[in-house]
Design a protein around this ligand. Structure first.
Ligand SMILES: O=P(O)(O)O[C@@H]1C[C@H](O)[C@@H](CO)O1
Ligand SMILES: O=c1cc[nH]c(=O)[nH]1
Length: 320
């Protein structure tokens, strides 16, 4: 992928007046317009050093997930599924100059890792959303493909999130800005969730459901685990909490969905969260799956999203 610009090049910032008629990415920051250059530090990209419209202008689907290897595997899988002619060796990590995140592009699909937890995905999303804006991308759908702990559902089930909720089962994300708490909505695109669910029904033996996803700030105490280095509650309290979560409509727990939903919603991106469950938290806390089973489970959201993308691109609606 080309596109290191000479240092003398002017900013690639687009003219927003030419944006009419399509669903463009909104950045909601008046200061961006006053900047001569925008350095996307954690992605090792910038408006003066890279021709972002040339590199990314055709992106229509962005898939994000915690692990660099998973997101690389997804890019390679999509490359094959889209029947693209370039060799796999051409799919290089676009962010290789930093070891914070990995990014791969194949055709109109961008695959990016975001690390674990709200702060990590939030930094990546700020820079990714600015990247899509600078690249003048339009009609972009963004999907988080992750892993999670299930509540009251069989391990291996794929949960398509209708609403991301916080640890109090509320559909909101609280962002501390200066010394204020700003509450943002975590509603996701319901039509997109339905479309994904319908897509899942066409895949044989594919256990999928729509439900609320709870996002926590921690994997251990924050998710009611009894097996962390610290635990100050009883087994009964844990089960009572998880059962109340289930009654509130929560079917899985992970660590990024609320900020993902809030930021994508505010910036006009159609967004979905699709996570496979690795265990049923009503039964246990430790993840005891074999490596092979874990890999197979992690491929489930990828398979669903690849079918969805192929359908949207009119390539086919058959199952691979
Ligand atoms: O996308 P991944 O599988 O990384 O998401 C979940 C939530 C945390 O980031 C992590 C915890 O194991 O997995
Ligand atoms: O239990 C789990 C499994 C994966 N990811 C989580 O956040 N929790």
């Amino acid at each position: 992928m080309a596109s290191i610009l000479p240092a003398s090049n002017r900013s690639m910032r687009p003219d927003r007046n030419t944006y009419d008629g399509k669903r463009f990415v909104h950045v909601k920051n008046p200061y961006l317009d006053t900047m001569d250059e925008d350095i996307l530090y954690h992605l090792d990209l910038g408006t003066k050093t890279h021709n972002l419209p040339e590199m990314f202008g055709d992106v229509k689907f962005v898939c994000v997930g915690g692990s660099p290897n998973r997101m690389r595997a997804f890019a390679l899988f999509m490359h094959k599924e889209l029947g693209l002619v370039e060799g796999e060796e051409d799919i290089k990590d676009i962010c290789a100059g930093t070891d914070r995140y990995c990014m791969f592009k194949t055709g109109p699909v961008l695959s990016i890792s975001h690390g674990m937890g709200v702060p990590s995905i939030s930094i990546m999303l700020h820079e990714l959303i600015k990247l899509l804006h600078h690249a003048r991308c339009c009609d972009v759908t963004i999907i988080r493909i992750g892993t999670s702990g299930g509540i009251g559902i069989a391990p291996g089930s794929v949960v398509i999130t209708d609403t991301a909720v916080d640890s109090f089962f509320k559909p909101q994300f609280e962002q501390v800005i200066l010394d204020n708490v700003v509450t943002r909505s975590t509603e996701l695109d319901k039509e997109l969730a339905e479309e994904l669910f319908n897509c899942s029904k066409k895949i044989p033996n594919f256990p999928a459901l729509i439900g609320h996803t709870m996002c926590t700030y921690d994997f251990y105490e924050g998710q009611g685990r009894l097996d962390g280095a610290l635990c100050s509650f009883s087994r009964e309290k844990k089960l009572d909490y998880l059962k109340r979560a289930y009654e509130a409509g929560v079917r899985n727990i992970e660590m990024e969905s609320t900020v993902f939903a809030a930021m994508c919603g505010l910036c006009g991106l159609k967004a979905a969260v699709v996570c496979v469950t690795l265990l049923d938290r009503l039964d246990c806390d430790q993840i005891t799956l074999s490596h092979d089973v874990l890999m197979e489970y992690q491929r489930r959201p990828q398979l669903l999203i690849s079918n969805f993308i192929k359908k949207k691109l009119g390539l086919c609606d058959q199952i691979s």
